[in-house]
Design a protein around this ligand. Sequence first.
Ligand SMILES: Cc1cc2nc3c(=O)[nH]c(=O)nc-3n(C[C@H](O)[C@H](O)[C@H](O)COP(=O)(O)O)c2cc1C
Length: 271
Amino acid sequence: MPPTFQSALTARYRTGLPAALNHPAVTGLLGHRSVRSYDSRALPEGTLQTLIAGAQSAATSSDMQAWSVVAVSDEGSRGRLAEMAGNQNHIRQCPLFLVWLADLSRATRVAERAGQSLETTEYLESFVSASIDAALAAQNAVVAAEAMGLGTVYIGAIRNRPLEVAEELGLPLGTVALFGLCVGFEDAAHPAAVKPRLPQSVVLHHNRYSTAGEAESIAAYDEASKAFQSEQGQAVTGWSSRVVARYGTLKALGGRHELAHWLTLRGLNRR
Ligand SMILES: Cc1cc2nc3c(=O)[nH]c(=O)nc-3n(C[C@H](O)[C@H](O)[C@H](O)COP(=O)(O)O)c2cc1C
């Protein structure tokens, strides 16, 4: 049975439910889960085009549409990308792997055709702006996919070995692969669960940033997080210790501490 708005809200927050307004589209958002296990069903014809239509309907900074996406259906290529991204098997398993790019190369080509050159594409502001565009587009595709009964999971680990990814996908200078996205039908034998989020009081600030009550709210959330981890058969650490582990050491970045360097190599980090 599909979840009601209230049951979806409870699954998302577990404790301290916000007084949110019931809306079917929001019920859909509340049901998001990252799916890391796919069955062998092929995607219905037209799925990719539908996802991209959703993606292209997102807002885009100054209408620059400074993103592109590479749809990787080739098994060999998905296998190599899986290996580059920490050997994540779901990249091999899913029928469609989308790699989302910050893309300033198209603007450069547009200018060249007009006999012009561009002063700003190499500056970090352009990269950040293109990255925001790509993330908004990708999330629209995720929402569309979930509405169509498909599962997805983002893959940030393709930034571990960005130059090899660029080579694999034939990316021109002025483009950077930001993250991947697995798309497919979830394997019903291994369903993913809704992961609880921080209480709204922690992330929502009214008029001015405030940390009042934060420690207590995060302590309560750590308990909800531990309950979730235990239900899922994961190591029971809570959320706070994951934050410390993830941000605590350069090693945890899996090579991504070199971001500024490789952006320079990709022609996107002049300042
Ligand atoms: C930009 C980004 C990169 C991510 N990279 C990975 C990844 O490489 N592998 C993976 O299994 N999950 C990845 N995830 C999924 C997150 O781990 C997941 O969204 C988070 O744990 C919350 O779980 P949920 O999506 O099921 O609510 C990524 C998510 C985002 C937004």
